[in-house]
Design a protein around this ligand. Sequence first.
Ligand code: NAP
Length: 524
Amino acid sequence: MSTELLPNFIAGRWQTGTGQGTPLFDPVLGTELVRVSNAGIDLAEGFRFAREQGGQALRALSYQQRSGLLSDIVKVLTDNKAAYYDIATANSGTTVKDSAVDIDGGIFTLGTYAKLGHGLGEAQVLLDGDRIRMGKDPLFQTQHILTPTQGVALLINAFNFPSWGLWEKAAPALLSGVPVIIKPATATAWLTQRMVKDVVDANILPVGALSVICGSSAGLMDQLESQDVVSFTGSAETARIIRSHPAVAQRSVRCNIEADSLNSALLDPQATPDSEAFQLLVSEVVREMTVKSGQKCTAIRRVFVPRALYEAAAAAISAKLGKTTVGNPRNESVRMGSLVSKEQHHSVLAGITKLQAEAEVLFDGRTQALVDADATVSACVAPVLLGSREPAQARVLHEEEVFGPVATLMAYDSIEQAHQLIRRGEGSLVMSVYSADPLFIATTAAALGSHHGRVHAVSPDVASLHTGHGNVMPVSLHGGPGRAGGGEELGGLRALNFYHRRSAIQASSVALDALAQKAVSLKL
Ligand code: NAP
């Protein structure tokens, strides 16, 4: 018997694609769950509808009114949370704790934007900075303003965050007054589709403000016009296709890219095996390797420790990893679930083999039996810690992102060398530094900030307060330079920039006073 073909919500109505569709699977049991298809759907009509109906209705509202819509979405999603956890267990193979990172993380991000948006009041325009005099006479001045772009936001997401990935982009877009068309990654599209369905059924948003299109990405980029924006999260390979598409290359469609990243952790050279900084690094590395089975773009991939501590760090991280039970997330004794698909399973195993050409194996959890899961059917992969005593000689270790529970420990001889090696990631989303010395943290931040979207410092005084190396908080910037995609998301109200156009209004101060009546200053 074939499974349900999920309908798409586009052009203000539910539309089912033609044909059999693409099946989505339970990555632990191997069973088919639902199918997706957008074959035969008129994309041009859908984009036009969102642009015209959704965009106009959203822009007619103030920031505060739109923030109210976000609050209403939070309520609906919270009421339906149980169903989302069931879908995540079945389709993503995640434990309850790992599903929370995606589901509750998404709802929390929406709630944060609802609060931030409320503070913008009844305005419909944002003032960017103060007025600037254009000459001797103060009457004629410039005021920079931000107005919502009059197109759609096409959001193309990766498979690892079907909930958070939707809402961390949709919240600032909707708050800005820009309608959203979400295209989830096919492997885990079910959760995104269900959340959009619940919001549509609850009749919260103006029709056309939120659409979902599941299945093939073919033709989506072709729809984009000059006032539209595209925000992409996924692999560097697909990012290249998006960047070189005529919509971006010729029609100047604004494009934000969040791609893969070889994030680092750095231990202070003054640390000792019994220092708190050392223990904090060990805990964080293990957490980052195992949360969501390492399928986080922000996960620690390279761990830099002073050469004298290489063996001690290998032993301490391995001891903790040895306690990680892996298998079916429905079994309460399981700490780490599955990868999202058999394809990812193959890709991670191949990636480990590739890294092994330049690294030794320090811990291999794959020797332990899976709990309640058939190793020949499921996509479960246990954690693997690799090591390199001579990382300066390595190439693949600094280039290859293995998107699973895998990290490489690396020995450094001087802090200058550690910095050089970290920079060989060619730009990352995040690095974390472990030290009790505020000066060391400050120096690291200044030296490595240019190569990272975020520097996360873990010192003993914030041991129980810090938010985690890999956790993306809505008030902090997310994104990174270079191979991380060069994008910027979140960062509180900074995120609104992407969905607005900046203009310089050069006019009489009297006219600028009139404009200010409709506006609010954007205080970052
Ligand atoms: P992917 O294969 O690049 O797919 C990402 C999205 O792009 C999917 O929705 C995919 O649809 C779509 N897509 C594929 N080809 C396309 C095309 N020609 N035009 C337009 N869209 C297209 O990446 P993934 O395997 O889902 O995700 C894993 C990667 O994402 C990892 O490398 C990870 O580091 C990165 N990631 C980065 C972040 C971040 O915030 N920086 C967050 C999460 C993940 P289909 O699924 O239908 O193919």
